[in-house]
Write a protein that binds this ligand. Structure first.
Ligand SMILES: [Zn+2]
Length: 479
């Protein structure tokens, strides 16, 4: 049978603030367990939370970048549940008065533009982290509260995603926006970006959606795609058999490649949300909105369009260059520094710079070659020739030295001294009478051979075009 697929996605992104949402503890990743805690984030009695201004501004910025309506009255709620990593037994979140509602994100799927609705954008605190010892008979688990209280922005879509391709397009676009507006580092390997998906299938033409299944704790885009593919085939199989889909929450088992039931709807939590009495509501005025809106840079979709029209590069190239803001900035910095065509700069960045970054598993922000250094090298290219330029580039990326020092140190200056070249060429002609004879008989390949011999002796430092001219002249005169 044919089914329509309906998917909604919730995304949690850790905001890149220095301190936690309601206390002054550091948010840096990878410290010794429980070294970044205080009575507030440990939920000890009698403490009071104080809101982190930057975290709120980042959430507002996210909501604006996702085209949300901003609420002028924003309040926090307590989401009550018990879990060992949640010392207060409630999480401070937002349920009734979010920062933003009714937004949208445009994604491109298979060349077609599609608009995904954003239900809401809100701010909440992260929980701690349970650490389970590897030995299965350890009989205990450990808790690290360093993450407890780290600010999270949660972005909830409407159920507008209709395929795994849609989901992939949405996740990439969202991550790209969050990185462009610089509110989160989005490092999935450090848990900075996490997803929850809900999915249901209904028969083609049906008026109501099917029962939906929620999948929690997905720590990578790959896991999201895998679990959704699995769920689509699992639910299809059940529906084909005439069975009902149970409304439930499931977990993805990465090792076995299956999703498993966590709890059914009957066992679901009633979080008993109520307004957080320890925090005053936040009134968001137009001035604050304007102030934050001004900090939002040109986003990648716009920038991609501008790159094609302003720099006359292909949409494909513009897409690669604007994939990350630092890379797009790097390219534009190069453009500003030189009269070399943007197209040539784009070729160098896409073919050479990205290849090296890929090999080194590094980012453009940490790249040893600055825009100025790259431009200097490309400007030298006509003088030193293409193959030497590539050699110098690879040396620059390894050592961080600039092009002219490398050319000098390695004695790569091209042979432009006519006298010296003439001397070498005369010697080559003397040493290769057979080739000269062949050339005289009209064998043109003899010329390539002679040029090749010269390149060998000069270690590639002679300009082949000039060589051919000199050879021709000498040989014609000899005949
Ligand atoms: Zn703290």
């Amino acid at each position: 049978m044919e089914y329509n697929i309906v998917i909604g996605l919730e995304t949690h992104a850790e905001l890149n603030t220095d301190t936690k949402l309601f206390c002054g503890c550091s948010t840096s990743f990878g410290s010794e367990p429980n070294t970044q805690t205080c009575p507030i984030c440990l939920g000890l009695p009698g403490v009071l939370p104080v809101i982190n201004r930057k975290a709120f501004d980042h959430t507002l910025k996210t909501a604006l970048a996702l085209n949300c309506e901003i609420n002028d009255f924003v309040n926090f709620d307590r989401k009550n549940y018990y879990y060992p990593d949640l010392p207060k037994n409630y999480q401070i979140s937002q349920n009734h008065f979010n920062v933003g509602n009714n937004g949208s994100v445009d994604i491109i799927v298979k060349g077609e533009k599609k608009r995904i609705g954003i239900n809401n954008v809100h701010l909440e605190e992260d929980a701690g982290k349970l650490v389970h010892p590897e030995a299965s008979d350890a009989g205990h688990s450990l808790i690290d509260f360093n993450r407890a209280g780290v600010p999270l922005v949660e972005i909830v879509t409407n159920p507008d995603l209709r395929s795994i391709d849609d989901v992939q397009g949405y996740m990439h676009t969202l991550r790209n926006i969050l990185q462009y507006i610089n509110v989160s580092d989005c490092k999935m390997q450090e848990g900075s970006l996490r997803f929850e998906a809900s999915i249901s299938l209904c028969r083609k033409g049906a008026k109501v959606f099917g029962n939906r299944v929620e999948i929690k704790n997905l720590n990578s885009m790959k896991a999201v795609m895998k679990v959704l593919a699995y769920e689509i085939s699992r639910q299809k199989e059940l529906l084909d058999k005439g069975a009902q889909i149970v409304m439930e929450t499931r977990l993805w088992d990465e090792v076995d490649g299956v999703s498993r039931r966590m709890r059914t709807k009957e066992e679901a939590h009633d979080y008993r949300y109520f307004p957080e009495p320890d925090l005053v509501p936040i009134l968001v005025d137009k001035k604050s909105i304007d102030r934050i809106r001004e900090t939002i840079p040109e986003l990648s979709a716009m920038r991609r369009q501008r790159f094609t029209s302003e720099y006359l590069i292909s949409d494909y190239e513009a897409g690669i260059l604007t994939e990350s803001k630092p890379l797009a900035d790097y390219f534009e910095e190069c453009v500003k520094l030189t009269i070399v065509s943007p197209k040539e700069l784009s070729n160098w960045i896409i073919n050479d710079v990205l290849r090296v970054l890929n090999e080194k598993k590094s980012h453009i922000q940490d790249f040893t070659i600055s825009p100025k250094m790259l431009v200097d090298l490309i400007e030298m290219k006509s003088e030193i020739g293409g193959s030497i330029a590539k050699e110098v580039f690879s040396e620059m990326s390894n050592t961080g030295k600039d092009a002219s020092s490398i050319v000098r140190e390695k004695n790569l200056t091209p042979l432009s001294n006519a006298e010296e070249l003439n001397f070498i060429i005369s010697k080559i002609i003397e040493d290769n009478p057979k080739a000269i004879e062949d050339y005289g008989k009209g064998k043109k390949s003899a010329l390539s051979f002679l040029v090749g011999q010269t390149m060998k002796i000069t270690k590639g430092k002679a300009n082949p075009k000039i060589l051919i001219d000199i050879f021709r002249e000498k040989l014609e005169n000899n005949l």
